[in-house]
Every structure is written in C-alpha cells, then in structure tokens.
Design a protein around this ligand. Structure first.
Ligand code: SAM
Length: 238
C-alpha cells in the first residue's frame, strides 16, 4: 500500500510522497540515515530515551522531530498517527553474544528474562496498525517465537516482504571507521561512543528495508536464501 498524503504532496525521485514515519528506539539513526537524501523528504519522529543519544540524533537529522520518551508507551499512544513505523527494541536480553558471555561469567551479569516488549510490539503492530511496519532485532539465542525475515544478521518482522540474506558480520568495523573518519563524528562527545555506533543498523540495510516497504525499485540483486536456507537469486518484489 502506497500512502500519499494529499494531492499537493511532493513526489521524490522514487515517486513516493511524503511519508509520516515513527522511528522508535532511534539511537543515533543508522537505520534512518539514507531515507532522506535531501534531509526533509519525509516527516520523521524519533523516540529515544537517552537524552545524550537523542541529542546526537538531532544533530545528525535536524529536520526530524526528536522526543525523549519511552518508545514502548509512545507506540501504544500514537501509532495511528503514522504511515510507517520502524522499531528497534533493545536487544541485549535476546543476543547470542551476551548469552554466551553471561554463561561464561565474563560480564558477571545475573541471568535475565528476555525482554518481551519485542514480541509485544510485533503482535501489537500486526493486529492493530494499518500502515507499514517493521521490527528489527538481533538473531536470538533461543529459537524465534514468531518467524522473522533474517537479513544481514538481523531479524526483521514486518507486514511486507523483505527476504532472507546470507549472514554478514553486521559491518561493525566498516561502520565504525566510516563514522570515525567523518567530521560529524569527531564533534560528538559521549561515553561508550563505540557501543552506540555498534548498536546502529547499517544505513544501507535501513534503506533496503525502507525501499522494500514502499516497493521502491532496489538497485542491487542479492544472493538470497529462502527461509529454509536454499540459495536463490531474487530481486526485491516490484
Ligand atoms: C539498538 S539501538 C537502536 C539503533 C537504531 N535503530 C539505529 O539504527 O541506529 C536501541 C536504542 O534504544 C534506546 N532505548 C532503550 N530503551 C528505550 C526505551 N524504553 N524507549 C526509547 N528508547 C530506548 C537505547 O538508548 C538505544 O539508543
């Protein structure tokens, strides 16, 4: 479903009108970085609980509305106001790496329940939200409870086709060095800078998902796997 708000809407080069987007658990906006090459093609609201991280996001995306709030509660109260919702709930309690480290006692952490806000949001969006939505998370240490797409080492649950790709290393180093080189990055002063960047979705992955939601022609032909792991060549559905 392509949503166009009013006849006067600007059409960008992909023929998509201005979209009202809710970017939940926005971090510094890795997923969102390539959605607006001009900076303001869409109307984006970002929700982030950490004020320092929210400030960095706002610095990167001055045209976005940034709200410091609990994304889980915000979703419940405001979902109907948007056309497209992206959610990246916290992943530490689902992550294979944390699970292994904790089991080895390396981080000295107590056992934790997996944070079920992840599945709460998937079910909520699936049954209540009429627009396009995607929930992103890590590949979990336990078998998924609802089948996701598995793309570039993330799990994605959505109401549009994404496809499955071979796992990658999430491009963490590549990602870091790209940002470390930029002037924007050098101006950022925050503790755990590496961790915060590490949490970011690779911008190209964020763009791929966005384009898949609105059936924008993708430029890349990937080496995809079917959900059962058989290799197949596919182009995003057009
Ligand atoms: C995995 S990161 C998001 C990465 C982001 N999607 C990107 O691509 O850059 C998760 C973010 O959620 C934030 N966060 C954690 N709990 C939150 C909550 N209850 N409400 C809003 N933000 C929250 C964290 O501070 C962190 O920045």
């Amino acid at each position: 479903m392509l949503i166009v708000i009013g006849l006067k809407d600007m059409r960008n080069e992909n023929g998509v009108g201005k979209i009202k987007i809710l970017n939940l658990y926005s971090g510094i906006g890795g997923n969102r970085k390539l959605w607006t090459p001009e900076g303001n093609e869409h109307e984006i609201t970002a929700i982030e609980i950490n004020p320092e991280i929210a400030e960095i996001y706002q610095y990167f995306f001055p045209n976005d509305k940034v709200i410091i709030a609990d994304a889980h509660q915000f979703l419940l109260e405001h979902f109907e106001e948007y056309d497209f919702i992206w959610s990246s709930p916290p992943c530490p309690t689902h992550s294979r790496l944390n699970f292994l480290n904790n089991n080895k006692g390396e981080q000295g952490q107590e056992p934790k329940y997996p944070d079920m806000r992840l599945y709460e949001e998937i079910i909520f969006l699936k049954y209540w939200f009429k627009g396009k939505w995607v929930v992103e998370n890590v590949v979990s240490y336990y078998p998924y409870l609802i089948e996701p797409f598995r793309y570039n080492s993330h799990y994605f649950w959505s109401n549009f086709y994404i496809g499955n790709s071979k796992d990658t290393k999430r491009y963490i180093r590549e990602h870091l060095s790209e940002l470390e080189m930029s002037d924007e990055y050098k101006n950022i002063k925050i503790k755990n800078k590496e961790q915060i960047i590490n949490n970011a979705v690779k911008p190209e992955t964020g763009l791929y998902i966005f384009n898949a939601a609105f059936k924008i022609k993708q430029n890349t032909v990937g080496d995809f796997l079917s959900p059962k792991g058989e290799s197949l060549i596919a182009i995003n559905q057009n």
